[in-house]
Design a protein around this ligand. Structure first.
Ligand SMILES: Cc1ncc(COP(=O)(O)O)c(C=O)c1O
Length: 430
């Protein structure tokens, strides 16, 4: 829930990465995204060493959508990981960071002609294809370049991961992938096997996010393996990669108890070995963690600007950020925990709604927070905001987006500078 270097002193003041919240807020202003470098590196290396424990080869393709910037890309590259991108913008950032294109999986249910052309020209490693239309577009673009594109078909295995509907993707009715039902995925496999400029490299299924159980991951891997075996039996084709996506859950609340991703990865690698025909090599396992790498590394610091109590006695604490920097509570009722810096040890807590500054009643960061009495000027720290917060941030109400600062052993480094009012008008009326 909190970054690894989180500490609270006797006065209830919070330190992360050896830096006091108060000093960070004073130096960089609020709202402020803060990432703990140690947590980031430890999560990335945990995944990297998990896939390297077995004789079955593996690759970690960090899901850029969770949080991505050029410095993050450099960190990924320096640790030898791969990357999952879903847009030309993510690919552009990855290449600017020096990530080896061969270690990039290009995902997304829509890829524009420009993105396909650019990805082929830059030598993207794998194309995760989501529709028959995309297969045709990729085949044609690869043919024009006298290339053969390595295709990983995105499948929906009909597995229901018990998570919020908006982040559930493995069911047959999903907008993503080819359903493994009614012959839909079979037609896609046939199309790739018969295409002139495509090579069927393997299958992928990402069944959802914030999954707090082990079974759906194993069921997903088994579904992909069973399906691969059926193609081996029919055509002698066997995958070179199997990609089980991301989705590893994290602790947003004290009683969240996510399974250990390393144990899941090792069990899946054994399954890959078990299901591989004697004449073939086990496919390379690809995992695409996003949230589980960055969520708990990040916190957001806000400043309390207003308080009020409604006639029914409902207390509100309003801060200087909100849905512009964290849309997740409004989008899918995501839950967060918060503390007030300097009051962490207070045992007199009151139920309040922690709300933002945006012109929407739904701009509520934590509907039922239990916080010590807040004063104007207090710094509120919301935990677990490293994933899909900065990545989904907007300039709604023309509020500039916060800076991203990474802290390490008492030293802050700005990864993204704070947007300014001037930035907001820079693209207007060119
Ligand atoms: C294809 C794919 N891979 C990986 C991820 C990352 O998921 P998470 O952040 O839950 O690990 C996502 C998230 O939407 C995804 O769609």
């Amino acid at each position: 829930m909190v970054p690894e270097t989180y500490q609270v002193d006797a006065g209830g003041h919070i330190t992360i990465g050896g830096m006091r919240i108060e000093d960070l807020a004073a130096k960089f202003g609020t709202p402020l995204y803060v990432f703990d470098y140690q947590t980031l590196v430890n999560r990335l290396t945990m995944f990297q060493s998990a896939v390297s424990q077995s004789a079955v080869p593996g690759m970690v393709a960090y899901a850029a959508k969770a949080f991505f910037t050029v410095p993050m890309g450099r960190l990924i590259q320096s640790l030898g990981l791969g990357l999952d991108v879903v847009s030309g913008g993510e690919l552009f950032t990855a290449l600017a960071a020096g990530i080896d294109p061969q270690r990039i999986m290009f995902h997304g249910n829509v890829k524009t002609p420009e993105e396909i052309a650019w990805g082929l020209d830059r030598g993207v490693g794998y194309w995760v294809v989501d529709s028959l239309d995309e297969l045709d577009q990729l085949d044609q673009a690869a043919g024009e370049r006298h290339q053969e594109a390595a295709v990983v078909l995105r499948l929906t295995p009909g597995i229901d991961a018990h998570t919020h509907a908006f982040i559930r993707t493995g069911h047959f009715d999903s907008k993503f992938g080819f359903a493994m039902a009614e012959g839909i995925s079979d037609r896609a496999v046939e199309r790739v096997l018969n295409a002139r400029h495509l090579r069927l490299a393997g299958f992928h299924a990402h069944i959802g996010s914030q999954i707090l159980e082990t079974e759906p991951f194993l069921a997903n891997a088994e579904a992909l393996l069973r399906y691969s075996r059926s193609w081996y039996d029919q055509k002698g084709w066997w995958p070179e990669v199997l990609d089980i996506g991301g989705g590893f859950g994290v602790r947003y609340q004290p009683d969240d108890d996510p399974p250990n991703p390393a144990a899941i990865i090792q069990t899946v690698q054994s399954l890959l070995a078990e299901w591989t025909p004697a004449t073939q090599r086990p496919p390379r396992l690809i995992v695409e963690p996003g949230r589980s790498v960055v969520a708990e590394a990040g916190v957001t610091i806000y400043t309390v600007r207003a308080r009020k109590t409604t006639p029914g006695g409902h207390g509100y604490v309003a801060v200087d950020g909100g849905m512009g920097d964290n849309i997740r509570p409004a989008l899918y009722q995501a839950v967060y925990q918060a503390e007030i810096d300097g009051k962490v040890h207070s045992d007199r807590r009151i139920p309040v709604s922690l709300v933002g500054r945006y012109c929407e009643s739904g701009d509520v960061l934590i509907p039922q927070a239990h916080l010590p009495a807040a004063d104007v000027g207090d710094r509120v720290v919301v935990f677990g905001t490293g994933a899909y917060n900065y990545a989904m941030a907007s300039t709604y109400n023309r509020v500039p987006r916060p800076a991203v600062v990474v802290v390490r052993e008492g030293q802050p480094t700005v990864w993204v500078r704070r947007e300014t009012w001037q930035d907001l008008i820079t693209l207007d009326n060119p």
